[in-house]
Design a protein around this ligand. Structure first.
Ligand code: F6P
Length: 342
């Protein structure tokens, strides 16, 4: 078989580890050939491809980003997008696709499969918000980066008796905020899953100062106050209808400074959470998902997404995986709340 590989959506650490595992096992064990489609769905849409063999994947296991490039191109928003993809696959002699992506990329994969394209999906996102898989690779790396930032912020916040508000990514799911905040000993953690009361947050912050410690407030970019609107960077939508989040940290710091009379500053971690080398956990997870993906392709088990369930790597229907976002259950938030303000 000649198999196309692509990576779509926001990049994350571990994408290269998947590509490597797919190609290494695909060539050595099964004798398949590969072609790398560039920049997500833009690759098969515009016929942009490059060779992908053992030589191309040497040394990429620890490298962040993706050697194939990525984009948020949505072929269903482009005239004749599906026909163009089918034509380009036929022209390049490609029998099947392995699509590595999040909710949007795999949503496209699901629809293409229903339209007769041979596709296997591999879940990735630092947000950890995909259904049907316990973890996505990239998440552990992002959490560790945010945790290290929080560790560092504790000492400077305490030296200056300031509140430091740390805004983390995660879109409409609070997984990064919850895990990084718990691991970093944040004073308060605010998630999109539950609107927060700014008065209560100010109360936690004051209590922390009373204990002679400076508070670190971790806020997910998608968190919202009880009353009022989510703070957005702008109102523009991407090709998948998403707004760009960000800005809640600054808003909150201003509110906390006004309410407590103590200086409050904001740190927005942004794309630092997505860059650089993957953790060991993410390298292993990405590798195992890649191995299962090439097995599924070899067996012609199309329309499946590989997933981590407990410690096993399994296959689930793509449609099931993309049905709904996996958000933080409130019981998990309650575990973190025990530590707020103390
Ligand atoms: O989905 C991954 C993610 O990093 C989100 O956490 C964040 O909201 C979004 O992508 C940012 O996207 P971009 O890099 O396109 O600004």
């Amino acid at each position: 078989m000649r198999i196309g590989v692509l990576t779509g959506g926001g990049d994350c650490p571990g994408l290269n580890a998947v590509i490597r595992a797919v190609v290494r096992k695909g060539v050595a064990t099964y004798g398949h050939e590969f072609v790398g489609f560039q920049d997500g769905w833009k690759g098969p849409l515009e016929g942009l491809s490059k060779p992908l063999g053992i030589a191309e994947v040497r040394g990429i296991l620890p490298r962040g980003g993706t050697i194939l490039g990525s984009s948020r191109t949505n072929p269903f928003k482009i005239e004749n997008g599906v026909e163009r993809i089918k034509d380009n696959l036929a022209e390049q002699g490609v029998d099947a696709l392995i699509a590595i992506g999040g909710e949007d990329t795999l949503g496209v994969a699901t629809k293409l499969y229903e339209l007769g394209v041979h596709v296997i999906g591999v879940p990735k996102t630092i947000d950890n918000d995909l259904g049907a898989t316990d973890y996505t690779f990239g998440f552990d790396t992002a959490v560790n980066i945010a945790m290290e930032a929080i560790d560092r912020l504790h000492t400077t916040a305490e030296s200056h008796h300031r509140t430091l508000v740390v805004e983390v990514m995660g879109r409409h799911a609070g997984w990064i905020a919850l895990h990084a905040g718990l691991a970093g000993g944040a004073n308060v953690i605010l998630l999109p899953e539950r609107n927060f009361d700014v008065e209560q947050v100010a109360g936690y912050v004051e209590k922390r100062f009373q204990h002679q410690y400076a508070p670190i407030v971790v806020v997910a970019e998608g968190a919202q106050p009880l009353e009022g609107q989510m703070v957005l960077q702008n109102q523009e939508l991407d090709a998948f209808g998403h707004v760009r989040l960000g800005g809640i940290g600054q808003w909150l710091a201003e509110q906390l400074e006004a309410k407590t009379g103590k200086e409050a500053r904001t740190v927005v971690l942004g794309h630092i959470q997505r860059g650089g080398t993957p953790t060991a956990f993410d390298r292993v997870l990405a590798t195992r998902l890649g191995l299962q993906a090439i097995d599924a392709a070899h067996e012609g088990d199309w329309g499946k997404m590989v997933a981590m369930q407990s410690t096993d790597i399994v296959r689930v229907p793509l449609a099931e995986a993309t049905r709904e976002l996996k958000t933080v259950p409130l019981e998990r938030y309650a575990e973190a709340e025990v530590f707020f303000g103390s």
